[in-house]
Design a binder for this molecule. Structure first.
Ligand SMILES: Cc1cc2nc3c(=O)[nH]c(=O)nc-3n(C[C@H](O)[C@H](O)[C@H](O)COP(=O)(O)OP(=O)(O)OC[C@H]3O[C@@H](n4cnc5c(N)ncnc54)[C@H](O)[C@@H]3O)c2cc1C
Length: 418
């Protein structure tokens, strides 16, 4: 029997579900509310800069195996670039002290025994305290498991967890921090190579996926917002798009891959995370100095990470809620002061853009993490996907893609049973 799987939302969760199911030969229709695919991971033409930029600088790690498989599947793996070995350059803004962390490839963390590879001012012994984060116990925050004193915390743990969890680390879920540490530092240097989409997220993660879907006969309907679901006792019976209703056949299925607040509005009583954290990105149209590494961690500044792209320098501030109401030009100047101080670029402000994503990720606290639902629902033809569903990871590209794959596998299994 030919059936259709309707996927609601064309972010990475929806796209990965669509790719997975279309590769299994299923008929797929993706419905996206906005005029573009990609959701929180998208590129757009910015008039102020006169160039295409991403809504946010996205960093992947070579251990993000689902994200890499997604890219391989759409022929775009080579579009992610990064060093052959895991290394992270840092600068401490007030002192201008610079160092580069160099992890060794294998799982045994030999780099912590090498003064030239580890965080300056730390001892090998300091690193063993991190093992506590590997088995944190349920419901704990990072602050309840490890201390926040010492150079290792300030120079490695804090920037790593702030970037990965998008929350002030002591308030973050230790379960999620544990997953990050296990899949990165714990998996060895070959899982920690930093990777960026140099030509943009759209060209790397979204357009190749749309092309692959089209080649498999999948349909992507933009500006097609789902307004309501019609619930039967055991299954979803129809989709209401306002000016159009789609009645589902007995074997048809739905994957809801929208943000948590949108999912809660569509499914009564669904448990979802309800608190969020912002990410602030600023982009400057200027050539990066040759000596600037592709990614530079900045400590004790407003800016946390500086990215060097062709013709553009961009920065990220995670958990940037404190800057949401700062006037844009004042914020641009403050940020540029940091960038100029670190890079030696001249201080007059180049053309700039600031992108503030208020609900960039759910707040990765233990309480919010506990609200994340599983992919399966009590309706047998409805599965959930999204970086906010219970993937065991913080809200990242990897989480979104794994959630899409998991929802797709669930729907494929259900079809095999019926
Ligand atoms: C600024 C920023 C920086 C980030 N940096 C990183 C990073 O460095 N590394 C990393 O791994 N992750 C990062 N992330 C997180 C990453 O972008 C997200 O985890 C991922 O994109 C989420 O994908 P998703 O499909 O779950 O959700 P979304 O991208 O939110 O997709 C949901 C889609 O559903 C659509 N939709 C909503 N309601 C409806 C409806 N009723 N009908 C139809 N469609 C609907 C939306 O328009 C959207 O397209 C960052 C996020 C931001 C915002």
């Amino acid at each position: 029997m030919t059936r259709t799987v309707h996927i609601i939302g064309a972010g990475l969760a929806g796209l990965s579900a669509a790719l997975d199911l279309s590769a299994r030969g299923e008929r797929v229709v993706v419905h996206e509310a906005t005029a573009f695919a990609g959701g929180r991971c998208r590129s757009y033409r910015d008039a102020a800069l006169g160039m295409t930029i991403d809504n946010g600088n996205h960093l992947l790690l070579s251990g993000n195996h689902a994200a890499l498989a997604y890219l391989r599947g759409v022929g775009a793996e080579q579009k992610l670039i990064g060093p052959a070995q895991a290394e992270f350059a840092f600068v401490d803004l007030p002192s201008r002290e610079r160092w580069t962390l160099r992890f060794n490839d294998g799982r045994l963390p030999l780099w912590v025994f090498d003064r030239s590879r580890r965080v300056p001012g730390t001892r090998a012994l300091d690193y063993f305290a991190l093992a506590k984060l590997l088995w944190p116990g349920p419901g704990k925050s990072v602050g309840e498991v490890i201390g926040r004193d010492g150079l290792l915390y300030r120079r490695l743990v804090e920037p790593l967890l702030l970037a990965a969890l998008n929350i002030d680390p002591p308030h973050g879920s230790a379960r999620l921090a544990s997953a990050v540490i296990r899949e990165t530092l714990g998996a060895g240097g070959q899982a920690c190579r930093p990777l960026i989409a140099r030509d943009g997220l759209g060209a790397t993660m979204i357009e190749p996926a749309l092309a692959a879907l089209e080649s498999r006969g999948a349909v992507v309907r933009l500006e097609h917002q789902l307004r309501a679901l019609r619930f039967g006792a055991e299954r979803i019976e129809a989709l209401d798009f306002g000016n159009e209703a789609i009645v589902l056949g007995a074997a048809d299925a739905v994957i809801l891959a929208v943000p948590p607040y949108a999912a809660a509005a569509l499914v009564d009583g669904l448990s979802v995370p309800t608190e969020f954290r912002a990410i602030v990105n600023a982009h400057f149209a200027i050539d990066a100095p040759a000596a600037l590494p592709p990614i530079l961690g900045v400590l004790n500044g407003v800016v946390q990470w500086i990215f060097a792209f062709p013709g553009r320098v961009s920065i990220t501030i995670s958990a940037g809620d404190g800057y949401l109401d700062t006037p844009r030009d004042a914020l641009a100047k403050t940020i540029w002061n940091d960038v100029a101080a670190v890079t030696g670029l001249p201080n007059p402000l180049p053309p700039w853009q600031i992108v503030r994503e208020r609900r960039a990720t759910f707040a990765a606290t233990p309480a919010q993490d506990a609200k994340r639902p599983a992919a399966a629902t009590r309706w047998r033809n409805l599965a959930l996907a999204g970086d906010w569903t219970d993937t065991g990871l913080p809200a990242t590209i990897e989480s979104a893609i794994r959630s899409g794959n998991r929802a797709a596998a669930l729907i494929a299994r259900q079809s095999a049973k019926s």
